[in-house]
Design a protein around this ligand. Structure first.
Ligand code: PMP
Ligand code: GLN
Length: 384
């Protein structure tokens, strides 16, 4: 392995999921739902396979999905994209992030990341050979906000991009418009682009609304917005995502991804296109279901004695296990599957410069059936 990737050797998600399988634990670590997406989506993909959509589709994605994704975004954000030049279908949001980084960032550029961050951000900045500069979130009252001073310190004339993620993994925070405006102001001041990971855009709770940074004044021209069908439609194993933005930025990502995967499974793209056209109601209901599950897991975890941050979005709850006597959250997470048959993910891999602020925390996913969360609750009570 090259030196710059050695710190990223095995993702925490693989590590924890392997432990969960080995000890037959309920996996509240890696974030994936345990029920399928809409039936009509699965039928459309199956039909596409039977009808002969089994060879390479166009490298940018099937026209049906590019058009459906553009229309979906217009309906939800008001942003209008040309499906031919401003939409790129990718192998999940993961490839979209990597392609944006490799295709748009030079070796001597800097990329601002906000800690804690989804782990692929640091790894893809390293793949691009660029330098990572860290800002941080802070707890303010019961809320998580951007620490604007740290953000300003992280920007410099060498900043090419900032990675923005709201709703935010791992904390479940939804950045308010004022925080996004601060990021946007710095992008303008330093002529940087925003790579905006919005895979949980449709999963916000308690009436909190997601704002896309691409909708702020002057930002549509300098933002790549990243989406994941896996999160939108409960099909994380299909690995379909897309990015949208101005043609010049999409072209950078497209150039890189031509040599990563070239394209994405054709029948699955057609299934997702069908769902974006016909299953908007299903997508709206998912948010309500997830809010109920969040509440269920919050009740369980607070009953067991964890301190919690209320998740305003995503699949994830941030829990502080120190009231249970835990002193090393990372080690504790790796023992948990064997000890009580539940898996969770530590925050440590999501931080670097500001790890002192975060590494005592753990993340639990609540995107599971109520009966599974019930059983997880029974097992977690063994910690009391
Ligand atoms: N970004 C964030 C914030 C995520 O949580 C995930 C994982 N679900 C991804 C990107 C990757 O998404 P995908 O599974 O579509 O590659
Ligand atoms: N995005 C999911 C999570 O945060 C899964 C990530 C992965 O497996 N790479 O848990």
């Amino acid at each position: 392995t090259v030196r710059r990737l050695r710190p990223h050797a095995t993702t925490i998600f693989s590590e924890v999921s392997q432990l969960a399988t080995r000890f037959d634990a309920i996996n509240l670590g890696q974030g994936f739902p345990d029920t399928d997406g809409p039936e009509s989506m699965i039928e459309a993909a199956t039909r596409a396979m039977r009808e002969g959509h089994n060879q390479y589709p166009p490298g940018t994605g099937t026209p049906e999905l590019r058009r459906a994704a553009a229309d979906h975004e217009t309906a939800h954000t008001g942003l209008v994209h040309d499906p031919d030049t401003e939409v790129l279908v990718t192998v999940g949001a993961t490839e979209a992030i990597a392609a944006a980084m490799v295709g748009l960032v030079e070796y001597d550029d800097e990329v601002v990341v906000i800690e804690p961050y989804y782990d692929s951000y640091a790894a893809t900045v390293a793949m691009a050979g660029a330098t990572r500069r860290a800002a941080r979130m802070v707890r303010s009252g019961g809320e998580l906000r951007l620490d604007v001073d740290s953000l300003r310190d992280a920007f410099s004339p060498r900043t090419r991009a900032v990675l923005v993620n709201s709703p935010h993994n791992p904390t479940g925070a939804v950045l308010p418009r004022e925080d996004l405006e601060q990021i946007a102001a710095l992008c303008h001041e330093f002529d940087a682009i925003a790579i905006s990971d919005e895979v949980y855009a449709h999963l916000t709770y308690d009436g909190v609304e997601h704002v896309s940074i691409a909708t702020l004044p002057g930002m549509a021209e300098r933002t790549l917005r990243i989406s994941s069908a896996g999160k939108l439609l409960n099909c994380t194993g299909w690995k379909i995502g897309w990015l949208t933005g101005p043609a010049d930025l999409v072209a950078g990502a497209r150039t890189a991804r031509q040599y990563m995967s070239f394209t994405v499974a054709s029948p699955l793209q057609l299934g997702v296109a069908h769902a974006l056209r016909h299953e908007q109601r299903w997508i709206a209901t998912l948010r309500q279901d997830m809010q109920v599950r969040r509440d269920q897991l919050m009740d369980t975890l607070s009953g067991v004695g964890f301190d919690l941050v209320v998740a305003q979005g995503t699949y994830f709850l941030t829990a502080d296990p120190r009231p249970l006597g835990v002193t090393d959250a990372a080690a504790w997470c790796l023992e948990l599957p064997e000890r009580i048959g539940v898996a969770a993910v530590p925050f440590a891999p999501f931080t670097d410069v500001f790890s002192d602020d975060w590494s005592h925390l753990v993340r639990f996913a609540f995107c599971k059936r109520p009966e599974v969360l019930d059983e997880a609750g029974r097992r977690l009570r063994a910690l009391q």
